[in-house]
Structures are given as C-alpha cells and as structure tokens.
Design a protein around this ligand. Structure first.
Ligand SMILES: Cc1cc2nc3c(=O)[nH]c(=O)nc-3n(C[C@H](O)[C@H](O)[C@H](O)COP(=O)(O)OP(=O)(O)OC[C@H]3O[C@@H](n4cnc5c(N)ncnc54)[C@H](O)[C@@H]3O)c2cc1C
Length: 433
C-alpha cells in the first residue's frame, strides 16, 4: 500500500488543528520544467527542508520536491515534542552502543535541540515554542528507573535540566490518576509543528533553495549524475538526498528494508477554560508516558487538549479517528468525557529495529536520512544539516550515524505489517499488566 495516497487527498493538508490554525500557507507551485541542480532533496519535511536550507546557505544550488505540500507529512502532523537524547533512554543506549558512542549520540541530540531553537530564533519562526516535557510513568515500579536516569544524566552528563518527580508532584502537574511519578526536563520543549515546518521552508527559500510542491518522484536513475523522474518533469543532480521517512514506499528498496512506516493519531478538543486546562496540565508543559504505545499530550496555544495515542495495526487510518483516540485519552483524563473533540488526524512516521535513526549512503552521491522512531522533531532537523555538511565535505557526524548498524525488518514488505501487529500486540498486552 502506498502511504503517499492511502489516507490523504493529493496536495491537501489533513484536517488537523495544525492546518486549521496555521494561517495563510503560500502556494509554492510544482516543477514546471526539466532542471539541473547540484543537489535534489526528495521530501519537504524537517529532514529535507533543513538539508536544503543548510546547502543553500553554503552557496549550493539545491531543490526540494514533495509529492504533496511543505510539511504535509509527519512534520506537519506530529505531537510537537522536542525531546532530549535519542529515542532510547541514555542508560539503555549505553548498553546497546557502548559508553563512548552513547555519549557522542547524546551530544548530537543536544545539538539537535540547540539547532531547532536557534533556527526558530534566527528565522523568527512564530511557532509557539514552550519549555518542558514530563515523562510520566503508568506503573509505580518504573519510578526507580526514572530516578536513576535523572541522576545518571545529572552526574555523568552534567545535564541539570532533568529531575525526578514523585507521585504527588506528578499528580499536581498532570491531573490524571494514571501516573505514579516520572521526570521533568525543562530544556526539552514543544511547539506548533506545521508552523515550524513552514518557517523552515521560508528560510530555505530565502537562502536560495528551490521548492516544488505536488511533484512526486517516481523513479531514480543512479550514476555520476542522477536523474530523478517525477510525475511532471525530471531533475538532474550531482547529489540526491532521500528525506521521505515513513512515506518512502519502494522508491529506494535498500532503505525500505531498514525503516518501517507506522501510523499514529492525535485529537484536539474544543478550547478549554483556563481553569480546566491548568487542572489537566498545570505548567503548560508537554507530557509523554511510559506505555509501549505512547500517550503524549499538551495544550495548544488556544488551550485545546492535543492528545496523541492509540494502537493501529493496519496502514489505513481508522474511519473514526476521534473515537479511536478518545479511548486512550479517557483512560488518562476521564474528566474529558463530555468535552467535544473538534479535530482528529493521523500521520505516518518511520521506525527502525534499533529505534535509532537510519542514515545511509545508498551510492557515493546518494544519501538517505530517516527512521527517527517518533523522535524526529529535533533529530530530523539535525539529520538534514548533517546530510548537507556531508555533501559539503564535513562528513564526521553523518558517518557516526551511518556507522550504527541497522538491521533489516524481518520478512519482505508484504510480511512486515502482520509481524508488527504481533509485536505490538505483545507489548500492548504487557502494558496492561
Ligand atoms: C502523529 C505523529 C506524532 C509524532 N510526534 C512526535 C513528537 O511529538 N516529537 C517528535 O520528535 N517526533 C514526533 N513524530 C515523528 C516526527 O514527526 C518525524 O520523525 C519527522 O517529522 C520526520 O520528518 P521527515 O522530514 O523525515 O519526514 P516527513 O515530515 O514525513 O516528510 C516526508 C515528506 O516526503 C514526501 N515524499 C515521500 N515520498 C515522496 C516521493 N516519492 N516524491 C516526493 N515527495 C515524497 C512526503 O510527501 C512528505 O512530505 C510524530 C509523528 C507522527 C506521525
């Protein structure tokens, strides 16, 4: 199933609160001729836009093509949480990759937060950036790990922005009976993801990059110069960057074996009174919980509860997303039972077996960046910059990610979905114990 078409209308943003609240979106236009550039980037999400911005800033002739619109993919639909570290927590990462690599990956993740904040600042991107993410435990027994993780980051990494919160404080901060403690990280942040994507696009255009919307790459002819055949014209380039993440499909089979698309869903309630909103989230921070199928939520600028969660085992979105997400939401906030849901939408992200991003060089002049495993707001922005640096000759950081071994997902693409179902069912069952 092609996820570029499966759940959406061509060239239209989904019916999300983000699309409804973004304001006027410039119509950028599609590819109108065969063109020649130094670098062609496929995908106008954070990965592709950041790559194009950084290449254009270094004087390169770069274009980005997107089958739909700027920020149409996960970048315009996500939970807006800019987390610290990698998708795996730091102690887990040390076990998996060894202390030295884990430390390097921690610092790169720190760089990703700094990069996002500085891009917002430099390009005056008005995207409602606010500090703070709570990681809330749905089991009291996870508190020991949270306490250790916070201490480990404080003492071993000199990272003082995270601290443990006990059950009482957690319940004061998050008005839910479902949580028993966790951590708060005040250097992590949250924002309006589509406004951020559009801000990156404006910055990239301002730096001289070309962007073509509604231009779909159908096939690629590799070689010293690369030809990208689209549904309109073609692009010839010295370098190509795949920045398609969950929407890659079979455009690049090597990468497709390493990353797997999954869908995730969000609802937005009607605006809440100030008193009700602060009874749910006291300090306007974002929250992510400890479930395998994570619940994540925050308040919008107009005080709606934006709640993400829910398990989906196929590639088609559920017919009633609001009903689908309201199940996990009401387990966390039963007090929202009578509150109207104004918006419900879904999006596709990409995971890897290791849950670490997958960077690769498919050929000497073809790079791919994807597989952020739900942790892409900062990492995709950084990945785009590192791909740009690597094309410009500064390869070191790109190669660190490239050196992380990425296992293939078992089974061919046709077998993957059922396997995922089994894996997720197993973990979902554990969640309920
Ligand atoms: C519901 C949801 C919630 C999430 N919450 C968070 C969160 O809170 N924090 C966080 O860090 N991460 C979160 N993520 C993950 C994060 O959104 C992604 O990791 C990140 O946006 C990936 O950016 P990207 O640019 O690589 O991909 P995308 O933004 O998905 O962009 C890929 C683009 O490639 C284009 N494309 C694909 N194939 C082609 C083709 N053949 N031709 C032309 N164009 C093509 C698509 O149209 C798309 O616009 C979430 C994701 C989802 C779906």
């Amino acid at each position: 199933m092609n996820l570029l078409d499966a759940n959406d209308v061509r060239g239209q943003y989904p019916g999300s609160w983000y699309a409804a609240s973004v304001g006027a979106v410039p119509d950028i236009g599609s590819l109108w001729d065969n063109i020649r550039v130094d670098t062609c980037v496929i995908g106008a999400g954070y990965s592709g836009l950041s790559c194009a911005l950084h290449l254009a800033q270094s004087g390169k002739n770069v274009c980005v093509i997107d089958a739909h619109r700027v920020g149409w993919g996960a970048s315009g639909r996500n939970g807006g949480q800019l987390g610290s570290g990698q998708r795996l927590d730091q102690m887990e990462l040390e076990k998996l990759a060894g202390k030295d690599v884990a430390r390097t990956l921690w610092h790169l993740a720190q760089d990703s937060k700094i990069l996002v904040k500085s891009l917002i600042d430099t390009h005056r991107i008005d995207c409602g950036l606010k500090p703070g993410i709570i990681h809330a435990n749905h089991r009291a027994r996870f508190n020991k790990h949270s306490r250790m993780e916070a201490k480990h980051l404080n003492e071993e990494y000199g990272y003082s922005a995270i601290r443990y919160v006990d059950r009482q404080e957690c319940r004061e901060m998050v008005g839910s009976p479902a949580y028993f403690g966790g951590t708060i990280d005040t250097d992590a942040a949250h924002l309006h993801p589509l406004k951020y994507a559009l801000g990156l696009a404006t910055a990239a255009l301002g730096a001289g990059a070309k962007i073509f919307e509604q231009t779909r790459a159908l096939s690629v002819d590799y070689g010293n110069t690369i030809k990208i055949n689209t549904d309109r014209y073609s692009v010839t380039a010295d370098h190509l960057v795949f920045a398609c993440n969950g929407y890659l499909g079979d455009l690049e089979p090597f990468v497709a074996r390493k990353v797997m698309p999954i869908n995730n869903f969000i609802v937005a309630t009607k605006p809440l009174s100030e008193q009700f909103a602060t009874s749910l989230i006291r300090d306007d921070v974002a929250v992510a919980d400890s479930k395998f199928v994570i619940n994540y939520f925050r308040l919008s600028e107009d005080r709606r509860m934006l709640f993400g969660g829910g398990e989906s085992y196929g590639y088609r979105f559920p017919s009633d997303i609001k009903k689908f997400v309201s199940k996990p939401m009401l387990k966390i906030f039963p007090q929202l039972a009578d509150v109207q849901l104004d918006y419900g939408w879904g999006g596709t992200l990409a995971i890897t077996m290791s849950r670490l991003p997958h960077f690769s060089k498919v050929h000497a002049n073809v790079r791919s960046i994807s597989g952020y495993s739900g942790h892409g707001l900062g990492m995709a922005t950084l990945a785009g910059k590192l791909a740009a640096d690597s094309i410009s000759g500064d390869k070191e950081s790109f190669e660190i990610f490239q050196s992380i071994k990425s296992a293939n997902f078992p089974g061919g693409p046709s077998l993957r979905s059922p396997l995922l179902v089994l894996a997720m069912l197993y973990h979902a069952m554990l969640d309920r114990l």
